[in-house]
Design a protein around this ligand. Sequence first.
Ligand SMILES: NC(=O)C1=CN([C@@H]2O[C@H](COP(=O)(O)OP(=O)(O)OC[C@H]3O[C@@H](n4cnc5c(N)ncnc54)[C@H](OP(=O)(O)O)[C@@H]3O)[C@@H](O)[C@H]2O)C=CC1
Ligand SMILES: O=C(O)CCC(=O)C(=O)O
Length: 479
Amino acid sequence: MAELHKNLIDGEWVGTEGVENINPSNITEIVGIYARATADETQRAIAAAKAAFPAWSRSGILERHAILSRTSQEMLARKAELGELLSREEGKTLPEGIGEVTRAAQIFDFFAGEVLRLAGETLPSVRPGVGVEVTREPIGVIGIITPWNFPIAIPAWKIAPALAYGNTVVIKPADLVPGSAWAIVDILVRAGLPKGVLNLVMGKGSVVGQAMLDSKDVAAISFTGSVGTGKRVAAASVEHNRKFQLEMGGKNPTIVLDDADLNVAVETVAQSAFFSTGQRCTASSRVIVTHGIHDRFVDALAERVRNLRVGHALGKDTEIGPVVDPSQLRQDTDYIEFGKAEGARLVAGGERVKADTEGYFLQPALFTEATNQMRISREEIFGPVAGVIRVKDYEEALATANDTEFGLSAGIVTTSLKYATHFKRNAEAGMVMVNVPTAGVDFHVPFGGRKGSSYGPREQGKYAAEFFSVVKTAYTAAG
Ligand SMILES: NC(=O)C1=CN([C@@H]2O[C@H](COP(=O)(O)OP(=O)(O)OC[C@H]3O[C@@H](n4cnc5c(N)ncnc54)[C@H](OP(=O)(O)O)[C@@H]3O)[C@@H](O)[C@H]2O)C=CC1
Ligand SMILES: O=C(O)CCC(=O)C(=O)O
């Protein structure tokens, strides 16, 4: 019987039974057994974080710097092992898994540095003889709720700034992928984090997540996931007068203009739409192509899509790993049927793939003759499914790109400085990409969207301070 990975509450590993974490590349393989917390245990975790807050919020910057830095170093040293764990539980290919662990380590390193750069401002008051100081303070207990698609990077980019700015944390990772979050917490504890500062409550959103939403002692919630759950987080947080931050869906466009380099266009779109099995909120599922390049581009992309090597996440040649679970697979295949029924043309992929192991393998699907009104163009699929929309010129392409309720990432492939510059200014998205994929972002700069994609301050980079700390303005009369 595999070892039980327990929850961490007030410095103690707790739990007596758990559930199996299944490998989507091989559903007969159990990645590990992970405990599921109850609502009571979640409340104990929140109470522990609250009790640990006064001391941690006043801890020395060197202590915080050293813990985050040691965590980064251990993650880097173990990136092959942790990358394999990630690929086994989520289905990303091994290079993608190792890349994500590396990124998580870089995030801890970045925030270890930010601890040493904490600064405020001093300003003269409008009243002579009075000075003004603006400083940042920790908030309190931060609840972190994360999705399954980036099992180590997303927990890292929420936990690291929360701790760096002096908050205590209760984290609930996605029930499908507890392993990577468990590994981060284990490393942080061994790196010297005092008890109660970080608490791990694995389990179901309806139980553990809901208990966090219902607690008056959670001062802020940082959430990434679906729009539906995001709205619940928002409603509950308003009720408790709590700070919250939401990263939700995307329906990200990539425009391909007549003047694009064909190879760059094909590779950029293949990467944006299908890599990581399309399971990225930054994935591009609307490919908006001007008339002059349309047929050449579609032929070349369809060829690339037919030849994408789908298989076991740890397979040496695999480019596209499995879909994460049966429910996401059903969602993907349902949308492929909606696309066909609404009159789009399936020109490549879309069929289940047989491999040596039993997993949720799907050949990425490419539609042409899509319109921006079809469901495949309006609703987030979160799988390897994309539709090409033909337009006459750049102006129509831009209008189509912006015609969506989302606004996370938007890309353009062009050799024209004029159109690239115009697009950077006029794309209604939080992140704009010129000749690079819409997905796969840097760890040290802000991440987030506009419109229905995001709510609240940006994540990552120095901008994370906006969410994970609160500003105080102090006036002092010289006397
Ligand atoms: N923008 C993004 O990065 C992501 C978007 N999505 C979108 O969401 C769809 C569904 O994915 P899914 O993972 O189910 O997304 P969810 O929004 O359901 O899950 C995200 C997190 O919220 C938790 N949660 C669920 N219900 C509650 C609740 N009532 N209170 C508090 N927390 C809760 C989940 O727990 P549990 O794991 O138990 O469900 C998980 O940890 C995808 O198909 C995709 O469209 C999904 C993942 C990431
Ligand atoms: O594209 C990326 O690098 C990040 C994507 C992401 O955060 C997400 O899909 O949730």
